[in-house]
Design a protein. Structure first.
Length: 298
């Protein structure tokens, strides 16, 4: 038996996803996915707030090929804390086909950051969901930004829509590119023209350094698959901010409680939020390539 036992209510990713009907354009990037462990090789953090089932690099890369994705952006999982070893191992094993988003603390050294950069890390993530992490004071994050700025990295932020107003001043003070996870986590029951989502649209509209991941319909939905209630929110963002949107699977879908999505169906969701070929090219290929592989041939 391994050293870690996954939580009793943990939902394991679909081991046999469908083949998507929508064929992804060449060079498509899954801009938000994770690796968990394996825990026996890359132990989960003592301070973690959940224990997942293992979901390692080999399974991620197999899914990449099954879906027709060309490259991945692997986001450090909160269950690993600031030990980025599993994510970095996946980057180094990808043959240049993956970039990383790390979790670090302000004490990290320049040499450690340089090593991460050489492996393919291009961003850090600030998570504001107390059920996943313990959020820190603004100064903590400013110190991290000071460390990553010389490397040209950007910041990824994860927050609930209800918390945006309280975080507004800090978020808009960041002078890097800022990528918002999961459409800013809107409450889709409140409507795409509601005040809450309107504030989010204002955030992105007034701050040209802000980008948005139009990800996780399975996490945002109230109605369930095929996620009709999420379409207007993601579509609105794709229409208004075509050059600053990204797409991803969020594999292996951590902490979902209602259901585990079919990753093939998540690919088929793309044409519903980006109906034109041009919009899909920007969302899936041009934007993530510019952000994560700028200046590099592929």
């Amino acid at each position: 038996m391994g050293a870690f036992t996954m939580d009793d209510d943990w939902l394991v990713f679909d081991p046999d996803p469908s083949v998507p009907q929508f064929i992804l354009p060449p060079g498509s990037v899954d801009s938000h996915c994770h690796v968990f462990g394996p825990g026996d090789e890359f132990p989960y953090a003592p301070e973690r707030k959940y224990t997942p089932g293992d979901a390692g690099k080999d399974q991620l890369f197999a899914l990449r090929d099954h879906l027709g994705v060309s490259r991945n952006v692997i986001v450090q999982a909160t269950c690993h804390g600031t030990d980025n070893s599993s994510m970095l191992d996946a980057l180094r094993s990808s043959g240049g086909r993956a970039r990383g988003v790390a979790t670090i603390d302000p004490s990290i050294s320049h040499d450690e950051l340089t090593e991460m950069h050489d492996a393919g890390v291009r961003a850090v993530r600030f998570n504001y969901l107390p059920r996943l992490v313990d959020p820190q004071p603004d100064d903590y994050y400013y110190r991290i930004v000071d460390k990553i700025r010389p490397l040209g990295w950007h910041v990824v932020i994860y927050f609930e829509a209800a918390d945006l107003a309280a975080r507004w001043d800090f978020f808009t003070s960041l002078d890097t590119v800022v990528v918002v996870d999961h459409v800013g986590r809107p409450d889709v029951s409140r409507g795409v023209d509601g005040e809450e989502f309107g504030l989010f649209l204002r955030l992105v509209g007034e701050n040209p350094n802000f980008w948005v991941k139009v990800t996780c319909p399975e996490r945002l939905t109230h109605a369930g698959a095929p996620y009709d209630d999420v379409v207007p929110f993601a579509r609105r963002v794709v229409d208004e901010f075509a050059d600053r949107v990204l797409w991803g699977t969020d594999w292996p879908h951590p902490n979902l409680k209602s259901h585990m999505p079919d990753d093939g169906a998540l690919v088929d969701f793309v044409p519903r939020i980006a109906p034109s070929a041009g919009a899909r090219q920007r969302l899936l290929v041009d934007n993530p390539t510019r952000l994560y592989w700028e200046g590099e041939s592929w």
